[in-house]
Write a new protein. Structure first.
Length: 360
């Protein structure tokens, strides 16, 4: 079937894209504001068409370990949850990274800490980009700012996960998950055959050795020298990802004197704030990180050399601002504007923050 243009929620777009991309399995557990992913997959019944497995696990821990098993066999498998649910998955995510297994995790963030609120937030940035679980590992982290990107990043997330044998994360917020927009769904692509899985994933535990020694997948090493060797290999891989896979969007930065750095829904709100500020004669541009890790450090450094100040806007108390400050390294003032507890600001609040922080 060809591409299809439809109106749907961001969460629904994730589900439709997973089926169309040829995902082998989804293992999840309901939690607001991402439950529509599991609900939509249940309505689509892909097990009757593509053969995709859709399973509501008994818990978040069970779901992520089902991803572990599916990924170990070379399958395209994924899970989704929201903030506290993703916290429960962190041990399994660390195991995936330690075993160099490709898998896709979706986090549609809600307010915290603790059970918090069901309203939107971006306060899982640290968890997503700094590892989240135990050990020295990284997640390839994609931050969609539209329903279209929710759909597009399913395929991109899997492509990057398999390219680097590393778990990938789509880090959305409740606004993007719940909002409705027109989206172009990708054409259907068939799930890979067993022969294709074996050819593309020679490391997988497929049960068919065909003359080779059995593959053993584990993150456990009893000898510290062997564990250090593994970690050094991981770090070399992460450096390669940082060098090749940083993605970002620049909006009206050519003549900008002030820069807004924002991701997800805050980038959408920031764009309206930028338009309002320019109407008042304040030359503002936007840098939107699309990959939160790898962070677009080089692009930010280039822009910092041309502007007088940077305002980092987030739905949290200030998390991405640390990576911005590390990148800029004192070149220009870096200030923060954020709302907490699930409150989403309007563009005028950001314009006011620009004027207050930078004396306009």
């Amino acid at each position: 079937m060809a591409e299809e243009i439809v109106l749907m929620k961001g969460n629904e777009a994730i589900a439709h894209a997973a089926v169309r991309y040829g995902v082998d399995g989804y293992f999840g557990y309901p939690i607001t504001p991402q439950s529509e992913i599991l609900e939509t997959l249940s309505e689509l019944k892909p097990w009757e068409t593509t053969g995709m497995v859709v399973l509501q696990a008994e818990s978040e821990l069970a779901a992520i370990n089902m991803v572990y098993g599916g990924a170990a066999s070379g399958k395209r498998v994924m899970t989704s949850s929201s903030s506290p649910g993703v916290s429960l998955k962190q041990e399994g995510i660390s195991y995936l990274a330690g075993c160099e297994l490709p898998g896709l995790v979706v986090n549609v963030m809600r307010g915290g800490p603790g059970l918090g609120t069901i309203q939107p937030s971006q306060s899982d940035y640290f968890q997503a980009t700094k590892g989240g679980g135990h050990g020295d590992y990284r997640l390839i982290t994609l931050a969609p700012a539209s329903v279209q990107e929710m759909a597009d990043f399913v395929g991109l997330g899997f492509d990057l996960a398999f390219k680097y044998r590393n778990p990938a994360l789509i880090l959305a917020d409740g606004v993007i998950g719940q909002m409705m927009e027109k989206v172009v769904l990708p054409a259907y692509r068939p799930r890979r055959t067993e022969e294709e899985v074996i050819a593309q994933c020679p490391w997988a535990t497929t049960g068919k050795t065909r003359g080779r020694k059995p593959n053993i997948i584990t993150s456990l090493e009893m000898q510290p020298e062997a564990m250090e060797k593994n970690n050094l290999r991981f770090q070399a891989k992460y450096r390669e990802i940082e060098a090749k896979e940083a993605r970002f969007q620049e909006i009206d930065c050519e003549d900008a004197e002030l820069l807004i750095v924002a991701f997800g829904s805050m980038a959408r709100i920031g764009q309206k704030a930028m338009e309002t500020a320019r109407e008042e004669g304040i030359k503002v541009g936007i840098l939107r990180p699309i990959t939160l890790w790898p962070f677009p450090t080089e692009a930010l450094v280039e822009l910092a050399a041309r502007v007088k100040g940077i305002l980092v806007t987030e739905l949290n108390a200030g998390q991405m601002i640390e990576d911005v400050r590390l990148a800029v390294n004192g070149m220009v003032p870096v200030e923060h504007f954020g709302r907490l507890g699930g409150i989403v600001p309007d563009p005028d609040e950001i314009v006011a923050a620009l004027k207050q922080r930078f004396g306009k």
